[in-house]
Design a protein around this ligand. Sequence first.
Ligand code: PAF
Length: 282
Amino acid sequence: MRTVHTIKELRALLNSHRQHGHRIGLVPTMGNLHTGHISLVEKALQQADTVVTSIFVNPMQFGANEDLDSYPRTLRDDQEKLEAAGNHIVFAPSAEEVYPNGLAQQTQVCVPVVSEGHCGASRPGHFDGVSTVVSMLFNMVQPDVAVFGEKDFQQLAVIRKMVGDLFMPIEIVGAPTHREEDGLARSSRNGYLSKQERQQAPVIYQALKATADALGQGHSDFAALEAEAKKKLSEAGLRPDYYNIVNSLTLKPAQPEDQQLTILAAAFLGTTRLIDNLSVNR
Ligand code: PAF
């Protein structure tokens, strides 16, 4: 496995892989890798001959009061995990390499509508930062296929829309959420939880499951189901940010006739904000 830090090195390396006719896969990450990320790499390895995992904590997608400075940077550990998984290339650029003229002067990619609401409402500018850096990574790597986790359901929808609207010749593959035994979705931010918060956290998945079961049984009073779930989260000591039942394709509020529904949830446990989702076909 090779690790490169510059776009020049990356392109030279990828050129040699392309000359051998390799199909290139990309797994964009911010590092601090867990088994959920490794499952994305495994999925990419099924779809491509050469897999590039990028590790870049993207300053553009963090708000002023968010955890950019404290976000864990664990390159050594990440390299070991990626090597064991069979990943071929790690691309770990510096902020100066990605944004040589600084963030203020950076051209941005904005994906309207689908970026709005849910995390987009709670984290203004977040998805502009994501779509900008992902489109830049796509230009740097020029992958044939890119794999993203379904845990970030809205992010995946934003990327799919961007790729469609900008005619990017890249196949986007979603990979299922990895969960702990008690249902908690694997996330780099779980590491911020205290022991007690870690015990409270699975209630998010329990609430999602209860709502999904009710939807599966045909319940269509979405507002009542959302209110019930938020109450459950509050009673367990969490601070719900949003809990929305949406049409899985548009991410707009669900309508009784919709058949593919997704429940999108975000909640704070202390200062840690966790997100999760569950989809239901009716
Ligand atoms: O999901 C993430 O880790 C990030 O949002 C991504 C896609 C790597 C862009 O920085």
